[in-house]
Design a protein around this ligand. Structure first.
Ligand SMILES: C[S@@+](CC[C@H](N)C(=O)[O-])C[C@H]1O[C@@H](n2cnc3c(N)ncnc32)[C@H](O)[C@@H]1O
Length: 237
C-alpha cells in the first residue's frame, strides 16, 4: 500500500510504528531510505560468512520481516532459529504473516529489545532500529548483544547517520531530500514527516558507532555499506 500518511496528516504528533505505518511501511522505507534494498541484500549475504550451524539469528526491530526473509533465503547452515523481535504489535503481526509462509524456523516476538536476552547468537541485526532506542540505552544494548554472540559471530547495525562537518551534513541532507522528491514525496509530506520524526529518530555520527562497538569488545568493525546518509556497520566478535 502506498505511503500517503503525511499527505493527509497535519496534527504533528511524534512518529510511532502504529497500524497505519505498518500498513504502508514497505513502501515508506523503500521511498525514504536510499539503498534500502541493497542494504537488505548485503545483510542476507552476511549469513553465509558469519552464520554458524546450531545457532540463533536475531532480527531486532524486524518490522515487516524483510531482514529475516533475506537471512532465510541465504542461510546455508543447519539447525538455526531466526528470532524476529518488534515491540509494535501491528509490525509483529505483519512480520508473522510474512514469515510464516516462507520460513519454518522463525519465531516472531513482540517485545522491547532492551529487555530480551541474547543466547548462542551468530548473527544479530539492528537494521534501522538502534536510531529509535534512547541514546542512553544504546551502549547497554550493544554490550548485551556482544555477550550473547559466539566468537566469530557478527552484529550488523544500519542507521541514518549525521556528519560533523557542516558542509558534508548539508550536502547529504540535500541529496536525501532529492531522493525523497524523486520517489514522489511532496515538500509538505517531507516537512511534516521530518517534524514528526525528529524527536524520535536520534542519529549518531560514524565515530560514535565505532566507539560503541569497541567499548562493547568487538575486535573488528567497519562500514560495509553506505548510501548518502545511511550506513551499515559490520562488527565481528
Ligand atoms: C525502521 S524500522 C526497522 C526496519 C526493519 N529492520 C527492516 O529491515 O525493514 C524500526 C522498527 O523498530 C521497532 N522498534 C523501535 N523500538 C523498539 C524497541 N525498543 N524494541 C523492539 N522494536 C523496536 C519499530 O516498531 C519498527 O518496526
Amino acid at each position: 500500500m502506498r505511503d500517503e500518511i503525511f499527505s493527509q496528516k497535519n496534527d504533528l504528533v511524534n512518529f510511532t510504528f502504529d497500524a497505519q505505518v505498518a500498513d504502508v511501511f514497505d513502501d515508506m522505507v523503500r521511498r525514504s531510505v536510499p539503498g534500502y534494498q541493497a542494504m537488505i541484500e548485503m545483510i542476507g549475504l552476511s549469513v553465509k560468512t558469519y552464520g554458524q550451524k546450531n545457532t540463533n539469528y536475531y532480527d531486532l526491530g524486524a518490522s515487516t520481516g524483510a531482514t529475516s526473509i533475506a537471512i532465510s533465503l541465504n542461510n546455508p547452515h543447519t539447525n538455526n532459529r531466526i528470532i524476529a523481535v518488534d515491540n509494535s504489535p501491528s509490525m509483529a503481526k505483519k512480520c508473522k504473516a510474512n514469515l510464516t509462509p516462507v520460513v519454518d524456523y522463525a519465531d516472531v516476538v513482540c517485545a522491547d529489545i532492551n529487555t530480551i536476552e541474547f543466547n548462542n547468537a551468530s548473527l544479530v541485526v539492528l537494521n534501522l532500529t538502534l536510531q529509535f532506542i534512547s541514546p542512553e540505552n544504546r551502549q547497554t544494548l550493544i554490550n548485551k548483544i556482544y555477550q550473547g554472540l559466539n566468537p566469530g559471530g557478527a552484529l550488523i547495525v544500519s542507521e541514518k547517520i549525521h556528519f560533523n562537518d557542516p558542509h558534508t551534513q548539508q550536502l547529504m541532507s540535500d541529496l536525501h531530500l532529492d531522493f525523497k522528491r524523486a520517489n514522489g514525496y511532496s515538500e509538505l509530506e517531507i516537512a511534516a514527516k521530518r517534524q514528526s520524526i525528529e524527536n524520535v529518530l536520534i542519529t549518531d555520527d560514524e565515530q560514535t558507532h565505532f566507539q560503541r562497538f569497541k567499548m562493547a569488545g568487538f575486535n573488528t568493525s567497519t562500514c560495509h555499506f553506505q548510501c548518502l546518509n545511511f550506513a551499515s556497520f559490520l562488527a565481528v566478535k
